[in-house]
Design a protein around this ligand. Sequence first.
Ligand code: ZN
Ligand code: ZN
Length: 411
Amino acid sequence: MPNKILLEKYARLAVVTGANVQKGQIVVLRTSTEAVELTREVARQAYIAGAKKVHVIWNDEPISKSGYEFALTEDLKEMPQWSIDQYKYFVDNNAAFISIVSPIPNALAGVDSQKMQEVMVENMKKINFFREHTMGNKSQWTIVAASNPSWAKKLFPELQVDVAVEKLWDAIFGACRVLIDNDPVEAWKAHNEYLRRNNKVLNDSNFKSLHFTNSLGTDLVVELIEDHIWAGGSEKAGNGVIFNPNIPTEESFTMPFKFGTQGRVVATKPLNNAGRIIEDFWLEFKDGKVVDFDAKVEKEALQNILDFDANSRYIGEIALISHDSPISNTNILFLNTLFDENASCHMALGRAYPMNVKNGNETPINELEKKGYNNSMTHVDFMFGSKDMKIVGTKQDGSKVLVFENGNFVI
Ligand code: ZN
Ligand code: ZN
């Protein structure tokens, strides 16, 4: 059982700082049956904030697994019109979206990955307009997480299940700056200021490219898109409301030039994607594209990510995070991207965020593509930061600047 006061503070943080729900606004909670308690509290806080109506869409991983086991691929691929229409309604009516994740590690292990891939691609296509809406920040959206027994036991196998669940809750609260003696909404105002400073320094530098090296074998040059913008922390949605897309967040991130990544990147944390945990992997890039890769565990799952669509072998995001951050200092591997990506420098295969280039949110995607924006139906972050990461930035005039040393910002 999570501490009730902390759970309330966390839910309020998701509603006020995360989605910044406005009076009279529709709220959509996309959540898991593992997170009933937090879902109820978030819904309550949303109504307190003045939500007109809170819509809840539940996901249950064991039920999804049964579907994959027993139903036909053709039947699973069929997405009824009413189900698509509900997303149309939310998008057209300026809803605020709150996702609550509560993963069951390896929930879908054993499922035919080809079948899963086909179904996911098909479903993604049908609500692609919804992904474009959120990734283009047209209205507010945010993601938070809830502890659950399977996840907690996976992280703390030596503990009794109740103790493990509580320990994971405490880790989540701590990582999100939700403390017994603070007002997390105020704490996040200060944190957003810190991120704004980092973004400003990086934007003022206007780097042409970044060169990442460490002792694990990462030796990678990432060219940035022209007129790129470093972002992170709070954002302004298309509807004018300031919100925080991720809680927690520690990153400053921007858009790579689609064809400008060269060399090798070695992952430093496992990647938990579509119910599978990929471990000990590396990718080799040439002119922006992954041309070689390997993984000691779940190589096929990595292959599926890379072959998701025509552009999923190119990257859409590069993010810098000091190794010395509240999340990496917990020394807990959360096996969840929301947390782990904020403990480590990371990049994402697939779609870029339009906001990371000048006037990106107002420019049609096909125009952005001409500049080197990567358009894909997927966006999968993975972590490669380390305590010995060094980053050297090259400016437009060719001069070099040390950006990271020993894993931390030095700029
Ligand atoms: Zn990121
Ligand atoms: Zn990302």
